[in-house]
Design a protein around this ligand. Structure first.
Ligand SMILES: NC(=O)c1ccc[n+]([C@@H]2O[C@H](COP(=O)([O-])OP(=O)(O)OC[C@H]3O[C@@H](n4cnc5c(N)ncnc54)[C@H](OP(=O)(O)O)[C@@H]3O)[C@@H](O)[C@H]2O)c1
Length: 286
């Protein structure tokens, strides 16, 4: 029986990975800051990057599906021996590099140094690491984008976008990411590599929102307004304490293509993500 230590196991990607590991009969040590009940092949360990209760001395694979910066520092301290690390980063590394928002640039800097630390530590330990960078993640009804759009649309009975929100997007399903994390484990070509993991369909931001709204019951209308009108409405919403996470850069990115090439992942480990199909459960309305 192969063994895995999984960070971020209670998260949306981690949860999908746990199911797949369990189905393939792995012995899993899942880390959480909260106490959680263990099941047959999944033993929950309480802790975080500062320390973990009853952590095993060695495992076959360590998966990181939580914050990469904390994981990279924990891994560099070397508390658990392993020959294989699979860690999730983000395509934000590319899309937010030139952001006007200092907080977004800080995220990029932290992702970059965390990836570097993971690869350097693996090399120093004679281990192999692979970093997987998803685009916008959806599917578990717990993401910060589509679920928020659906919740707000349901509350208001409509949803507003600026005209021209036609930048291309490639939302990726959590279970395709979990499948990818398992698929790379035994593929030497993926050692020391980072892969963009976009979803299986490229569509305009507007279309992504329209399909999300189509999954909301009762029906919700999408209204498109001019950019100045949108910005005015956004300013009022922010004053009322809403929409603070929607930065000016995020609004301008609605018109930008954020598109990534899946072919290296297809070539090296047969990555084959599904098309963008959303139902009520996927947008937290099930
Ligand atoms: N969501 C996206 O759209 C997206 C896009 C691109 C890349 N990614 C990357 O994919 C990975 C997984 O994303 P996700 O959305 O599934 O995960 P997530 O919800 O951000 O986090 C997963 C789990 O990590 C643990 N965690 C969170 N903050 C922590 C902290 N400060 N210290 C220790 N543990 C912490 C939590 O588990 P406990 O509460 O049980 O401790 C949480 O359930 C991350 O590396 C993320 O950057 C996500």
């Amino acid at each position: 029986m192969r063994t895995a230590l999984v960070f971020g196991a209670s998260g949306q990607i981690g949860d999908a990975l746990l199911r797949r590991l369990d189905a393939q009969d792995w012995q899993v040590f899942a880390v959480s800051r909260l106490a959680r009940p263990s099941a047959s092949n999944v033993r929950w360990l309480r802790g975080e990057f500062g320390g973990i209760e009853d952590v095993p001395a060695a495992v076959d694979v360590i998966f990181s599906t939580g914050p990469l910066d904390g994981f990279s520092q924990w891994y560099a301290r070397g508390p658990v021996a392993t020959a294989r690390v699979v860690a999730f980063g983000s395509t934000s590394l590319d899309t937010k590099q030139a952001s006007h928002d200092a907080h977004e640039r800080d995220i990029v800097a932290r992702l970059q140094s965390a990836e570097r630390l993971v690869f350097d530590t693996a090399a120093a330990n004679g281990a192999s690491a692979t970093v997987l960078r998803p685009t916008l993640v959806y599917g578990a009804g717990r993401d910060q984008t589509l679920v928020r759009i659906a919740a707000m649309a349901k509350r208001m009975g409509f949803f507003v976008l600026p005209r021209g929100a036609d930048g291309k997007r490639q939302p990726v399903h959590v279970d395709d990411l979990a499948a990818a994390a398992l698929a790379v484990v035994d593929v030497p070509a993926t050692h020391g590599q980072a892969y963009a993991l976009p979803g299986g369909e490229t569509l305009a931001y507007r279309e992504m929102v329209a399909r999300t709204l189509a999954a909301v019951q009762p029906a919700v209308r999408l209204r498109e307004v001019s950019m100045p009108m949108f910005n005015l409405a956004l300013a009022f919403a922010r004053k009322a304490g809403m929409m603070r996470g929607l930065t000016d850069d995020a609004v301008s990115r609605m018109r930008e293509d954020l598109v990534f090439d899946a072919s290296p992942a297809q070539r090296d480990f047969g990555y084959a993500p599904r098309a963008f199909i959303v139902d009520a459960q996927a947008v937290g309305q099930g």
